[in-house]
Ligand binder design. Structure first.
Ligand code: AMP
Ligand code: MG
Length: 371
């Protein structure tokens, strides 16, 4: 399937122009213990946020780029630093459930059921927005995405800030999300005040975004909490937006995302067929473009003579998710022109992994059922 996306690419390019105009500042890097971050460092980071600055910080999903969610200017700075299209809303992070007050105007019965079970954790709930949240955060929508992160450093930062923290992933827009502080530095050095480095993010893919404002729950973006987990709690079927080619309900869904610089070709289907297809495709390109294969650890030896970047064990979607973005960046660092990527089993967090790979892909070759 060929993905045509000229308009979204033009929009992204316009944002990159803004991105290049931002003046360079000195970005501080503060290293902290992931379980017990130094309170002095966190207090300093909190005051930078409160004062309108931008601080990148680790969460259990990926690194986020935080700004005071009540400060429209600070929030605009996030869009400029990332080169993010302005119609793509940010997720607001809170440090305690009671801090929903002032962020949302109303809680829904579905949210009431989900919060005690999934917060803190990788579940973003879309709820009616409180007027205190500036339109810049929600891209003019009357709803707001909100979550309470589980990472001790993220929680500590939000609490030290004393304000809700709007935070998208801390990558340059369109690039793979950062799962290490080094990834943030590569993309945003000189554009943000500070980065808090507490080692790698454990989960490796972003939060699940769930709209709980309607009659039925709708997953706007698959992520760390699975559809099965949500269905088990709510006792109703959960729809996944975008699976029927409908108009995107989550504005972020329409952009090419999570993408390495190289062209990515995703091959899905039974492992043997996938391997044969990738070998054939690589043969066609031999000597013309630099090809790198993104493969499971077990199949790394199946591509003799080819450069392979291993990413996660077969039958372990969590392991693939944890290494996915670092592997995409590694392919770029290796100077790849073409990445031939094996699909993964669409199970558990594998849903989120395949969603990201599809969005990163220039082309998808389906050799049978993906599952
Ligand atoms: P990121 O911050 O890069 O993880 O992206 C946040 C994701 O959450 C994007 O896909 C947004 O479109 C989505 N999102 C945030 N707020 C809302 C909202 N109010 N309604 C729908 N989607 C949202
Ligand atoms: Mg993002």
């Amino acid at each position: 399937m060929k993905c045509l996306r000229p308009i979204t690419e033009i929009c992204q390019r316009l944002c990159i122009t803004v991105f290049q105009d931002k003046q360079r500042i000195k970005t501080a890097v503060w290293v902290v213990d992931p379980e017990q971050p130094d309170p002095q460092v966190m207090a300093r980071a909190g005051s930078v946020i409160r004062g309108g600055g931008l601080v990148a910080f680790p969460t259990e999903t990926v690194y986020g780029l935080g700004a005071n969610a009540l400060d429209a200017n600070a929030v605009r700075g996030v869009f400029v630093a990332k080169g993010r299209p302005q119609d793509n809303p940010l997720i607001v992070h809170i440090g305690a459930v009671r801090d929903l007050e002032g962020v949302i105007s109303e809680i829904t019965p579905m949210a009431e059921k989900l919060i005690p079970l999934f917060w803190p954790g990788p579940l973003t709930l879309v709820l009616p927005r409180d007027p205190a949240i500036p339109a810049e955060v929600t891209a003019g929508l009357e709803t707001v995405g909100v979550r309470m992160p589980a990472h001790p450093v993220a929680l500590s930062l939000v609490r030290a800030s004393g304000v809700p923290v709007a935070a998208p992933s801390a990558n340059a827009s369109g690039r793979p999300s950062p799962t290490h502080a080094g990834h943030v530095l590569t993309d945003l050095n000189g554009r943000i005040e500070a980065i808090i480095d507490a080692g790698p993010s454990a989960l490796g893919v972003e939060s699940t975004v769930l709209d709980v404002t309607g009659r039925y729950p709708v997953v706007l973006r698959p992520g760390g909490v699975t559809v099965e987990d949500i269905e088990a709690v709510l006792g109703v079927e959960v729809r996944v937006a975008g699976e029927q080619n409908e108009v995107p309900r989550s504005p972020g869904m329409k952009y090419r995302h999570y993408a390495p610089r190289a062209d990515l070709l995703l091959v899905t289907g039974p492992p043997d067929a996938v391997r044969r297809e990738i070998l054939e495709l690589a043969e066609t390109d031999r000597g013309r473009r630099r090809v790198v294969v993104l493969a499971r650890v077990e199949s790394a030896g199946d591509y003799p003579g080819l450069e392979v970047v291993p990413c996660g064990r077969r039958d372990d979607p969590d392991d693939v998710a944890a290494g996915l973005y670092a592997a995409l960046r590694q392919c770029d660092a290796a100077g790849a022109d073409l990445i031939l990527a094996e699909g993964v089993e669409v199970r558990g967090v594998g849903h989120a992994v395949m969603n990201r790979l599809r969005k990163a892909a220039k082309e998808i070759i389906r050799l049978g059922a993906e599952e």
